[in-house]
Design a protein around this ligand. Sequence first.
Ligand SMILES: CC(C)(COP(=O)(O)OP(=O)(O)OC[C@H]1O[C@@H](n2cnc3c(N)ncnc32)[C@H](O)[C@@H]1OP(=O)(O)O)[C@@H](O)C(=O)NCCC(=O)NCCS
Length: 181
Amino acid sequence: MNSAGSNPLVRTVASTQSEMTEIILPNDTNTLGHLLGGRLMHFIDLTGAMAAYRHSRTHVVTAAMDHIDFIRPVHLGDLVTLKSSVNRAFAHSMEVGVKVWAENTRTASIAHVASAYLVFVAVDESGRLQAVPQLIPETPDEIRRYADALRRRKYREAESARRKQERLATAAQEEAEAGKP
Ligand SMILES: CC(C)(COP(=O)(O)OP(=O)(O)OC[C@H]1O[C@@H](n2cnc3c(N)ncnc32)[C@H](O)[C@@H]1OP(=O)(O)O)[C@@H](O)C(=O)NCCC(=O)NCCS
């Protein structure tokens, strides 16, 4: 059980699957009539959070959004469908995958336009970390994504440690330069 008391110890990927469809209106687009990247990132964040809520059944915050591939533009009037599910759960965090398709409403053609991975962290009302149920991958695709999620976590941790070292080195250099006569 997690701190909510009523959560099971494990959940399936299927139980986290979430979906959202939006129509692209003029306010969502740039001067070329293409969907703004930031707007698409907002949709990705929302759909990703839905899967994380379904897995953790508590509050979640976005800790990281990485590996976004904008494959092709989305146009004014297109229907954008986003699908998400949890790839892997750790102690308090979950990696969620989001895949995005655009449908041309006149031709009915559908194209994969973007994919992203996000990490959500479960917290309570006061922002304290919450344990999340573990995830059971069942299908071959789910098992592959489960393994890939661990590789990406290790990469994120290494990158985060490298950036921290870089910040510390820059701060030390700035301090030394400020102290120079
Ligand atoms: C995300 C947050 C809760 C982590 O808190 P923290 O005290 O740094 O927590 P810890 O370092 O103990 O890490 C807790 C978990 O978060 C994960 N995590 C923390 N920072 C992360 C990052 N940048 N990327 C991926 N995972 C991260 C850790 O891997 C750990 O996972 P685990 O417990 O499943 O192993 C905190 O940094 C935060 O509140 N950030 C702001 C979130 C936010 O405002 N998002 C936008 C609006 S929703």
